[in-house]
Every structure is written in C-alpha cells, then in structure tokens.
Design a binder for this molecule. Structure first.
Ligand code: GLY
Ligand code: MN
Ligand code: MN
Length: 430
C-alpha cells in the first residue's frame, strides 16, 4: 500500500459498533472484492470492498471477515481469513498479509488461512441462529456483475437453509455515514492531496493545453503524494464539454476564452475526496462568466450553511432549489412566467441545474449514509451546485466536502483550495 499504516483502533471501533447492533446468536460475514479480469491474463487494479476495509483495514483480495459476538469460544468472536502466503508467492507477487501483519493492520487476533474457511464456518454456523448477509442497497447501485459477496450469499443460503437471514447493509449505512476522527483525518489528507493537484494545474492551464495533459499533471501530483490516484473517473471539460455532466473523454484542446470545469480529486487510503473547480483557460473571467460563477458560489455558500444536525436531505434540496431559482432570475436565465408555469415535480431551475447538491462522501465517493432521517454531526457531505448554459457554451460547478458539526457551520475540508475569483486569477497570472 502507498498509504501509511492506519491505527487499528479505527477498525476495532467500527467492528464494535457493528456488533452492538447484531441480534442475539447471530454471525456476520464480509467478503473482499474479486480482482476483475480484462482479458487474457490482464486484470483491473484491485479495489477492496469498502465494507470489509471499514471493518478490518485488510486491503487484500481473497479475504473474509467473520463477526460472531456470542461465539462460545471467545477467540471466534472476530476472525479474519486471509489467503495463505509463502515464499513462492512472496517472490512472484511480493508481500502479502502474514498472520502477524493481518493482526497488526486489523487488531484481530484470530487469523486463519482462507483454505480452512468452509470447515470453520460450518462449525460456527451450528452455534448461530441468524446469518447477516451483506447485500448492496446503496441508492445509486446498478451492479450487473456477480461479486464475490453475491457468490457467498448464494452458496450460504443453499447450504444453510434453516438459518434466519438478516441484512448487514442498513447497519453499515448507519455507522459508515458518521465518521470517526481517524476517518476525518484520512479524508482531510485526501483533500490536501487534491489541493496540491489543483494548485499545480493553476500554473499549467493556458490556451492550447489539452484536457488529458491536465489529467496527467493531476495524476502525477496525486501519486507523488501516496495516493493510488483519482477517487473517481476525472471530468476535465473545457468550453461546451462542461455541459455534458459525465464527460470523461478529456481529449479536447482548451481554447482562449473558455472556462474549464474540473471535477477531479484524489483518494487516500481508500478514502475519497470530491472537488470541482471551474477556471478560465486564459487566466481571467469575462464579465458574464464572472457573473454566473459568483451566482454558483453564492448558492454553494448558502447551501453549506444548511448542512447542520436536524436537516432532512430532501427538504434541503428543495431549499437549495429556491435559492438557485432566485439566482437564475437574477442572471436573466429564467423569468417570472417560467416560475409561475413550472412543474412542481421538475421545477424551472432544473433546466440549468439538473443534478443533486449533496451526497455523503467517505470510503465511497457516493458514500453510504442515511438520507431519510435528520442529518447528524460528523456526517461528511459534498456541496456542489452548478449552472449549465449550453447556449453560452459555459458550464460552471463548484464542489467542496464538508463535515457537519454538533453546533454551528460545517467544517470545510477544502477551505484552502482556491475558489475566490480574485485568488484564482492572481494564481493563474503567476
Ligand atoms: N465527482 C462525482 C460527483 O461529484 O458526485
Ligand atoms: Mn460529488
Ligand atoms: Mn465531483
């Protein structure tokens, strides 16, 4: 791993929270992700399943975590199964988790080799009445492959038809949504790496550069700072490309007078940051660009103030919609008749701002977290309003990541990343 060792206290706390919510005589199992194939013997780079990582810190394929708080044998209350390593594997694949290292990373004392899983798991299941299965209930999930977890679920339901079944996902949605101090530190680190990338780019962007050259500058800075790279596929969109919300080709040349929207950020230790900045290719905003930019910034600032304990996510979006509507009237993009005739299900402002303002962020960029109950302290949200005007070949979005506080305004993890018009113009002039 490129990142520095994370204190295992984090994973111990996370397991404790999960286990405190389990039913009596129940067992929970979490599987790592597969390494996904490309073709022949090529594979995608490994990405750990975030739930397994959250509960164990194990960042290796073919890993299984078992939690069984009422196990009669105390050493079986937490078990981590890892792939057996040996000298031969060490030569071909490098360092893998030994039993000692697995304990150091996770704080779990009982480590077994994966080859012994079936036998040990059968024995544990004879003591258990309920098995927690980890299905993916994220509100945006659209998975078409069968994951390692899915295979486990299928096999387990077949082999143990008399057990009761419970869902891990609601527990994880609840606890992963509220971040521990160790997690905020890791997320701040991801944001700080993103800041370095953005400052580098401010010195690089000028008419004639290609979007992919900007992507390369960012990746260089991220990896140089112990990040694996982008926390999501980067969007580097000059001119009218900014009006394609998921533009990821990044293959056009930046022209004088264009704005360039960059929704790009670094991961660190599997934690995401999520940044958007929109800057002028030539180094200065023209009058209209500045007018629209400042409108987006005002919406962002007002929206941020509403991210406090007690806010309901859906209500918050309605309020942001009202603020945006008034800005769009000010910009002459909407008129009073547009508002009077608007469809309440798809208000007029959505013509220029058609996506959400905030999502939970953490181990996943669009993270777990409760959305239907009031917001709580230490939830981390993005704030990302935008105004998209294809007729003016301009799209502006601004996005920061903020931590809800018990009292007062949220803390902005990206407060040091330049956003004021004057600061951006000044830095680009240097
Ligand atoms: N970068 C993805 C998002 O802003 O949600
Ligand atoms: Mn976002
Ligand atoms: Mn983003």
């Amino acid at each position: 791993m490129k990142y520095e060792l994370i204190p295992s206290t984090l994973f111990k706390k996370n397991r404790k929270k999960f286990m405190a919510r389990m039913k009596p005589k129940s067992i929970a199992v979490f599987n790592s992700n597969d390494i996904y194939p490309i073709s022949a013997d090529s594979t995608m780079p490994f990405q750990q399943h975030r739930d397994l990582f959250y509960l164990s810190g194990a960042d290796q394929e073919e890993t299984v975590l078992v939690l069984f708080p009422s196990a009669l044998d105390k050493k079986h209350r937490e078990i981590l199964f890892v792939r057996e390593t040996n000298d031969h594997i060490a030569i071909w694949e490098g360092e893998k988790l030994t039993k000692e290292k697995a304990t150091q990373v996770s704080g779990i004392h009982t480590i077994y080799w994966l080859k012994d899983f079936d036998k040990i798991f059968f024995d544990l299941m004879t003591e258990a009445e309920t098995i927690y299965l980890n299905t993916n209930e994220h509100y945006r999930q659209a998975v078409v492959t069968q994951t390692r977890e899915d295979r486990f679920i299928e096999k387990t339901k077949q082999k143990f038809p008399a057990h009761l079944v419970a869902k891990s996902n609601p527990i994880l949605q609840e606890i992963r949504g509220i971040k521990e101090p160790e997690e905020i530190i890791l997320m701040q680190k991801a944001c700080d790496i993103t800041e370095k990338g953005f400052r580098r780019v401010l010195n690089f962007v000028k008419p004639g550069v290609w979007e992919y050259e900007i992507e390369a500058e960012l990746l260089h800075e991220f990896v140089s700072n112990r990040s694996k790279g982008f926390s999501y596929t980067p969007i580097i969109a000059a001119g009218n490309s900014a009006n394609v919300l998921h533009y990821i080709e990044n293959n056009r040349q930046c022209q004088k007078g264009d704005l360039i929207l960059m929704d790009v950020a670094a991961e660190y230790a599997n934690y995401s940051s999520d940044l958007t900045r929109t800057i002028p290719v030539s180094g200065t905003f023209n009058k209209r660009q500045k007018e629209v930019y400042l409108a987006v910034l005002r919406v962002k600032n007002e929206a941020t103030k509403m991210l406090v304990p007690g806010t309901i996510w859906a209500e918050y979006h309605k309020e942001v919609g009202k603020i945006m509507t008034s800005e769009l009237l000010g910009l002459g993009l909407l008129d009073k008749a547009d508002i009077q005739n608007e469809d309440k299900e798809w208000p007029a402002y959505k013509k220029y701002f058609m996506h959400g303002t905030s999502h939970h962020i953490g181990l996943d960029t669009h993270d777990y977290g409760q959305l239907k109950t009031p917001m709580k302290a230490n939830m981390v949200f993005t704030v990302e309003p935008g105004i998209y005007i294809p007729d003016e070949k301009m799209g502006i979005r601004l996005e920061d990541d903020v931590v809800i506080q018990e009292k007062g305004a949220p803390i902005n993890l990206m407060k040091n990343i330049p956003i004021a018009v004057e600061e951006i113009e000044q830095l680009m002039a240097n």
